[in-house]
Design a protein around this ligand. Structure first.
Ligand SMILES: N[C@@H](CCC(=O)N[C@@H](CS)C(=O)NCC(=O)O)C(=O)O
Length: 218
């Protein structure tokens, strides 16, 4: 069996969710870099694999799967430990993790994408409050979800933290997180405890934030 192949790039938060999951699991995979800003995701071969032309995608010996949330849950179910703490089999823990994966996808990432697409591809150079507001609201919800918890679900990090942190860590390029102290403390905890955070999340997030800053300042 060949190694699973992950197509993505560090700039992309959902790609980093897959990279962090791979690190947390300690499995071997092959990485294929997709140069998003030069439209590599729109090339014929890529669109053949994923007609939706999003990254990340996984090729597990010919089984092609798009969407980071689908990919990370599949990876743990297929290659993880028995009852892996990243995505436990306990129904209620799993349901809560799924809730945060949907929260990341439907709220955090989709509002973030609505801000980023016009900046990357439509020449927009200013942030507009109308688009920032829903994103700030989402961080407010996360502040409440966290309450006094260290981790989003249970008492150790899970796929929920991995997915959500890859989006949130880039938000300081849009607004300060100072009014969300619990989110800030949790972010620090993720930086300290998630395997591979410094090697695979921070460099990609720095590229993401720089790429936004540069375009906003033009
Ligand atoms: N819900 C998807 C979002 C994937 C997504 O939109 N990725 C962006 C990069 S961060 C992308 O591929 N954009 C290119 C496009 O939509 O054409 C996931 O979690 O994988």
């Amino acid at each position: 069996m060949a190694l699973p192949i992950i197509y993505g790039t560090g700039l992309s938060p959902p790609s980093r969710a897959v990279y962090l999951t791979v690190k947390a699991m300690g499995i071997d995979v092959k990485y294929e870099e997709v140069d998003l800003l030069n439209d590599a995701h729109l090339k014929e071969d890529f669109v053949k694999m994923n007609p939706q032309h999003t990254i990340p995608i996984l090729d597990d010996n010919g089984f092609i799967l798009s969407d980071s949330h689908a990919i990370i849950t599949y990876l743990v179910d297929k290659y993880g430990k028995d009852d892996d703490p990243l995505y436990p089999k306990d129904l209620q823990k799993r349901a809560l993790i799924n809730k945060y994966l949907h929260f990341e996808n439907g709220c955090l990432f989709s509002h973030m994408k609505a801000i980023c697409v016009p900046i990357y591809w439509e020449g927009v150079t200013e942030l507009c409050e109308k688009r920032l507001k829903p994103l700030k609201n989402c961080v407010g919800f996360l502040e409440k979800f966290l309450g006094d918890r260290d981790w989003l679900v249970g008492d150790s990090y899970t796929l929920a933290d991995i997915s959500v942190v890859t989006a949130i860590c880039g938000f300081p390029v849009f607004f300060s997180l100072d009014e969300f102290p619990k989110v800030k403390a949790w972010l620090k905890r993720c930086e300290t405890h998630l395997p591979g955070y410094a090697t695979v999340n921070t460099p990609g997030n720095d590229i993401f934030m720089d790429s936004i800053r540069t375009r906003l300042h033009n």
